[in-house]
Design a protein around this ligand. Sequence first.
Ligand code: MF3
Ligand code: CO
Length: 267
Amino acid sequence: MELFKSDEEVAIQRESCLLVSATITEVAKILKPGITTLYLDEMAETFIRDNGATPSCKGYHGYPYSICISINEQVVHGFPGEYILKEGDIVSIDTVVYKNGFHGDHAYTFVIGETSKEVLDLVRITKESLYAGIKQAVTNNRTGDIGYAIEKYTNGNHGYGVIRDFVGHGVGREMHEDPQVPNYGKQGTGKKLVENMVLAIEPMITMGTNRIHILDDGWTAVSADKSPAVHFEHNVCVKKGSPIILSDFTPIEAAEKANSNLNSSYY
Ligand code: MF3
Ligand code: CO
């Protein structure tokens, strides 16, 4: 179902989106080699609840944790656990919070310590592709315009794998609302975008294949060729001319740069 929002509702939802940004910022402050991913999940859940919200992922179709942590070839929906983070890991954090009747849902990918130029390029280009997609989130454009922009930026220019099995989506009173927002498509096709639609735009890009495989836990999606994967996601309010990004990478990026265990040399 598509749910149209008033300006007031968008303003309320923005709080949920910014709480996700704040949660990922808290994770960015403590990310380092030697800690378990379960520790990050526990910290994030406490932070979300202390801020008067609930972690939407926990219990969602049986998902057991508050955040998704996807490492290296894991694309999305990775389980936090006893895995110990190490130098060179690519760490994608994706989470959703529910507050005042609205969900916020976004994601950010970090790199711990030294890595290859190829990985840093993948991180930078995936992040840039998100903004290329966001630019298209304006009234009278269609979902295919967003997907086309992301696919052209990542696959067309760089030959990367654009994941097709998972897509962006509307987000609001429900975590997943219409329309679906694929990271591929044809210009001028798909659902028409209207003012105050809130979209989760979320390129999931690999250095290799666009095919995925789900692990035995029933959730964790990995690239079929084990190539590194990156995921960035914003919540975006469709407007005439230029969209409003409701989530905010600014505090996350500041924490990333301040944390000497994280590699921010891709900027
Ligand atoms: N942001 C992800 C999505 O839209 C994660 C949702 S929570 C999970 O699919 F429970 F599905 F992991
Ligand atoms: Co999402």
